[in-house]
Design a protein around this ligand. Sequence first.
Ligand code: SAH
Length: 459
Amino acid sequence: MVKQKPPVQKNETIELTFEDLTHEGDGVGKVNGYPLFVPYALPGEKAKVKVIKVKKNFAFGKLLEIENVSAERVEPPCDVYIQCGGCQLQHMSYGLQLDMKQSQVKNALRKIGHIEDIPVHPTIGMDDPWRYRNKVQIPVGYRDGELITGFYRKRSHEIIEGMDRCVITAEINDRMVEAVRRMADRLGITAYDEKAHKGILRHIMVRTGEQTGETMIVIVTRTEQLPHEEELVKELHETYPQIKSIVQNVNKEKTNVILGKKTKVLWGEEYIYDTIGDIKFAISAKSFYQVNPPQTKRLYDKALEYANLTGKETVIDAYCGIGTISLSLAQKAKKVYGVEIVPDAISDAKKNAKINHIENTEFYVGEAEKIMPWWTAQGLRPDVIVVDPPRKGCDEALLEAMLTMKPDRIVYVSCNPSTLARDLRILEEGGYETKQVQPVDMFPQTNHIECVALIELKL
Ligand code: SAH
């Protein structure tokens, strides 16, 4: 066979018309059928592109000059959009972002799951797709002898200079990070130096309950000791009455993982509270809690609609976190079993059931893929199963357990359409049918896609 040479060469400048977007949000243009991926290019645009990297079946390019600008192109409001890389879609109209996410879900279902001809609804978007994040975790470093905070420059561990706001983070969290940094700097608390594994302050994490306005500050240190702890804590909560909890997390490891094992309350409560609908949640430092509250409500409402409960059902909520979905389900079911790997999240879930006077739930700590087969062996046969796994999707043992339990319905909440599609294929082969999928935009301005799928047992 004659080996076809790629039609472009490295460093060459070419003219390209864009027809599509990758799932990362890069523009896709073709030269004789050979695709080039170009960040920040939009479908319909024609542009001069420099070829950066050439592979056998595709190449990457850099946008040099746009000849006809798409009507969907908008000015990114963030000053450090390109350097940061935390957002990937700020140059796109919000309408195009929502359309893109709907087509990504459709494509993944078709290509990976071989599932077509089912409704993938238009993405449910936000009315105001900015300043939505209720949590921020920011690294601390130095510049000219002063403490600085800011996200890392794309693919590096270098803090972006002069970054004092993040347009997708709740404003209060930006202000809190700045306050902690300013006080720590004045008190002479040193920043952690990754290379030397010396210094103290690694990260500042802030989470604020959207409905309650309660703020938790988590100060992540390399050392057990936090110098000037008393002064820092006193000044913080006296200056900012919305702070309800100040926690220190100790992370002694040489690692990219932000939080270490040990947390200690320095002041106030171990939790902050927030509400979703009519349920109140206690959230501790290490527990997962969805970052976009208004969209979370929409996502859970859809999951609940798909669960279609009448009050008689037994339900499993796998990967339940602090029990957010479990407790919504419990209000409409006979019994809900939740399972989750993080022990702190399960103690939050139990506490949450109690403070909401919900008595028909049981929560278990463990790997869902181990607990579910164990439940199966015990004879547990739920009517409905809800799963909400991390990006890597469901473990095979868990999918098998579901096929053995044979619930009438499975509601699959997913933050990764590719693993969702892979798992749906397995469920379809095991006798289930995917009925409909609803994308919900939990992460505007970024290429992350969340959706919820309804799967039913075939008769
Ligand atoms: N349903 C919850 C949490 C979803 S995030 C909510 O909406 O808030 C996914 C959760 O799965 C996290 O809390 C994570 O700690 C948990 N998790 C990850 N791997 C797991 C496993 N193997 N078994 C059980 N839970 C796991």
